[in-house]
Design a protein around this ligand. Structure first.
Ligand SMILES: CC(C)(COP(=O)(O)OP(=O)(O)OC[C@H]1O[C@@H](n2cnc3c(N)ncnc32)[C@H](O)[C@@H]1OP(=O)(O)O)[C@@H](O)C(=O)NCCC(=O)NCCS
Length: 180
């Protein structure tokens, strides 16, 4: 028996839930290390003890801010960003940002940067970072959110690769990313 086609249109598939961006906690250590392993070449990964410090003592003293993006738990993290703050400095540094391969190309890194900016103390006026000169995806991301070149960094990385230092003013960043 063939079934006659239904006259009732089938409902559109539900849109994927938006990732939740929240402050990281020491409980995220394993998931962040996994994201790091999946996202960076060996030479660029942070040792586990570094992440433990960033999520623990440094976060408590407000010298480190880490946000994570999650889908429905308990899936692996979709993304993470870490910024370093120095007492007395008006400039913060993006120390790490990564988005899981399956979640890339949907604006998540941009949202992580916007969410981090929104949590910075009011005295912060600019954000800086270093990136491998040949990391095209990351450079396109930073260009998209308003970063400009401050200095080339020849041989900056341990493997001899060149880097670049980029910077963006807070107001300029906001105007590029829109609301978090
Ligand atoms: C770099 C990285 C974080 C980007 O994450 P993402 O979520 O895919 O980036 P987004 O979707 O938010 O992209 C934002 C913008 O960046 C640019 N961009 C991002 N990936 C790009 C790519 N592969 N090619 C070209 N442009 C790209 C686009 O201009 C995009 O703007 P649009 O959304 O208006 O098109 C991700 O590729 C990653 O985790 N890479 C490995 C880790 C890494 O290199 N981190 C940076 C170390 S400094």
């Amino acid at each position: 028996m063939t079934r006659s086609p239904s006259l009732v249109p089938s409902p559109a598939p539900a849109p994927a839930p938006l990732p939740l961006i929240r402050l990281a906690s020491p409980d995220d250590l394993n998931a962040i290390c996994r994201l790091d392993t999946d996202s960076f070449p060996v030479a660029d990964r942070f040792p586990r003890r570094t992440w433990r410090l960033l999520l623990g003592a440094s976060a408590q003293s407000q010298s480190s801010l880490t946000l994570v993006a999650t889908g429905p738990e308990p899936l692996p993290l979709l993304g993470a960003i870490n910024l370093l703050l120095r007492r007395g400095s008006k400039v913060v540094r993006i120390y790490s940002i990564a988005v899981a391969a399956a979640a890339r190309g949907r604006g998540l890194a941009r949202h992580l940067i916007a969410a981090a900016e929104a949590r910075l103390p009011p005295h912060i006026t600019a954000i800086s970072l270093e990136v491998r000169a040949d990391n095209e995806a990351a450079r396109a991301l930073y260009h998209r959110v308003g970063f400009t070149l401050v200095a080339p960094l020849p041989g900056y990385y341990a493997d001899g690769a060149d880097g670049v230092r980029l910077r963006v003013g807070r107001a300029a960043l906001r105007s590029h990313v829109g609301p978090p």
